[in-house]
Design a protein around this ligand. Structure first.
Ligand code: SAH
Length: 230
């Protein structure tokens, strides 16, 4: 069975977005994954098709109504046990580990928030897993959902041209990746490090490992701390 993503959104026209192009788009054409959208507004019941209302307790902005959103979620997850995610800046920060777990399953149902967010009762009542893509605020969950799906789709079996290239990347070994070089040998007076053109595979591997460790120490010491705690 191929990986299936269902997106609940007020802006279905934002999908598949960039995932309809390049390797992800080709993989979609080959049937290796699929995406469908559910328009949350279709589950409003009043004449004006209202999806939001003012926040209880006052304050700025609007909140997505729990009844409307719950109907959309129930429709999307009938006879379905794919994880139900809510894109949210309050969620657990997304990691490559979680991306791998999700990619190994049947698919995902993703709710994209808008306005100030969604009524807390629908998060609790429908068991939504809140996922954040970083410590900044977007205007809606749609670009966050596209980013999450991008990370998942590229590691689905057979999607990347060279399946091995996923193995050495940043984070996969708990480290940032070493620097890359390609021809020309000298560019604006800067040379490719000699070891990389030495043909000595053991020395190359050692150099790359050292570079990765040094970069991680300088830029992301938190990653090394996490590793030593494992
Ligand atoms: N008032 C909220 C922010 C709402 S932003 C707060 O301060 O927490 C509107 C919607 O954009 C959110 O419901 C969520 O779906 C999405 N969003 C914004 N930033 C995000 C982030 N960093 N990661 C994932 N989704 C995000």
């Amino acid at each position: 069975m191929s990986f299936r993503a269902t997106i609940l959104t007020l802006y279905p026209e934002m999908f598949p977005g960039h995932l309809g192009t390049s390797l992800a788009g080709k993989a979609m054409e080959r049937g290796q994954w699929s995406l469908d959208t559910v328009q949350i507004r279709d589950f409003a019941t009043d004449r004006h098709r209202t999806v939001d209302d003012t926040p209880a307790g006052g304050g700025a902005g609007m909140v997505l109504k729990p009844d409307v959103l719950a109907r959309a979620i129930d429709h999307a997850s009938e006879n379905d046990n794919r994880p139900r995610l809510l894109m949210s800046p309050r969620g657990k920060p997304l990691t490559q580990k979680r991306v791998r777990e999700l990619a190994s399953g049947d698919g995902v149902i993703i709710v994209c928030g808008r306005f100030e967010g969604v009524d807390q009762r629908v998060i609790d009542g429908r068991d939504l897993e809140e996922v954040s893509i970083g410590d900044y605020i977007l205007s809606g969950g749609e670009p966050a959902a596209l980013i999450l799906l991008d990370a998942i789709v590229r590691i689905l079996p057979g999607v990347m041209g060279n399946d091995l290239s996923g193995l050495h990347e940043s984070f996969e070994g708990g480290l940032l990746e070493h620097p890359h070089y390609t021809r020309p040998q000298i560019w604006e007076g800067r040379e490719i490090p000699a070891v990389l053109t030495s043909g000595n595979h053991a020395a190359i591997a050692r150099w790359q490992r050292e570079q990765a460790e040094q970069l991680t120490r300088e830029r992301r010491p938190d990653l090394l701390e996490k590793q030593s705690k494992k």
